[in-house]
Design a protein around this ligand. Structure first.
Ligand SMILES: C[S@@+](CC[C@H](N)C(=O)[O-])C[C@H]1O[C@@H](n2cnc3c(N)ncnc32)[C@H](O)[C@@H]1O
Length: 238
């Protein structure tokens, strides 16, 4: 793979996190992901898996650590398509080494997630990606994800959300975000659909987890009404 230029925020904000193989491998451990998601890794992965079915065509924007990609590939199975897109060569290489012997059908693409691919995916996964990117990128990436869907297909977005007022971790995490995750807090204040221009083309369904801390937003592309003007079908009556 040819090395592509990484976006500035990736180096400036997350340092070597995605660019040093050893560090990346360390964060790949399941216990580490459970810690980082405050024990919710399994819940969130299972929430995603509910939206995937065997043999479907899936595009994932951004590699993840831990169990999510492995379980997604297993659920899609040998007859489906699983394309994984990431801007970081190191991350793609790590995933390829990890999964190639088990799931040789997974395709790895080095590209910025703000580029729409062919419009033929059943499911596009955005798993904990948007909180890491600057706000204008959020809108571009969401639009690219929606543009890559076939009619009736869905984007499954899993990320942070504003916790309930009583949540004991609300203030510590707010402080953590202010210090280390500058693009995350906006997901507390804005609904995901406010980043999309023509939101009426889609059906939006939100589910919250862990006292509102995390959200799953399933965004389904409506079927176009190209047949809407046709005369209604009248059954034969002798
Ligand atoms: C999807 S997030 C997930 C990290 C999260 N901590 C997890 O594993 O649940 C991180 C990935 O997104 C990638 N990424 C960030 N910005 C991107 C962009 N604009 N286009 C493509 N990939 C991007 C990073 O290189 C990294 O591999």
């Amino acid at each position: 793979m040819v090395e592509k230029k990484l976006p500035l925020y990736l180096k400036e904000v997350y340092g070597d996190f995605y660019n040093k193989a050893k560090l990346s491998a360390w964060f790949d451990k399941n216990w580490m992901q459970s810690l980082l998601t405050l024990g919710n890794n399994k819940t969130l992965t299972n929430a995603l898996l509910k939206e995937i079915y065997p043999s479907c065509k899936v595009l994932q924007l951004g590699c993840t650590f831990g169990r999510q990609m492995l379980e997604t590939a297993a659920k899609i199975g040998t007859y489906g398509i699983y394309d994984v897109l990431d801007i970081s060569n190191i991350q793609l290489k790590r995933c390829k080494e990890k999964f190639d012997h088990l799931f040789p059908q997974v395709r790895y693409v080095q590209m910025n997630a703000n580029t729409p691919l062919k419009k033929n995916y059943d499911v596009v996964i955005l798993y904990m990606l948007l909180h890491e990117v600057p706000h204008r990128q959020k809108a571009k990436i969401l639009q690219a994800a929606l543009d890559s869907l076939k009619e009736g297909g869905k984007v499954v977005f899993i990320d942070y959300h504003k916790p309930k007022i009583w949540h004991p971790l609300r203030w510590p995490v707010k402080l953590f975000n202010r210090l280390y995750q500058p693009f995350a807090e906006i997901l507390w204040d804005r609904e995901v659909d406010t980043f999309v221009k023509d939101k009426s083309k889609y059906i939006w369904k939100k589910t919250l987890y862990f006292g509102g801390f995390y959200q799953k937003m399933v965004v389904q592309k409506k079927f176009s009404d190209e047949f809407a003007d046709e005369k209604p079908f009248v059954p034969y009556q002798p």
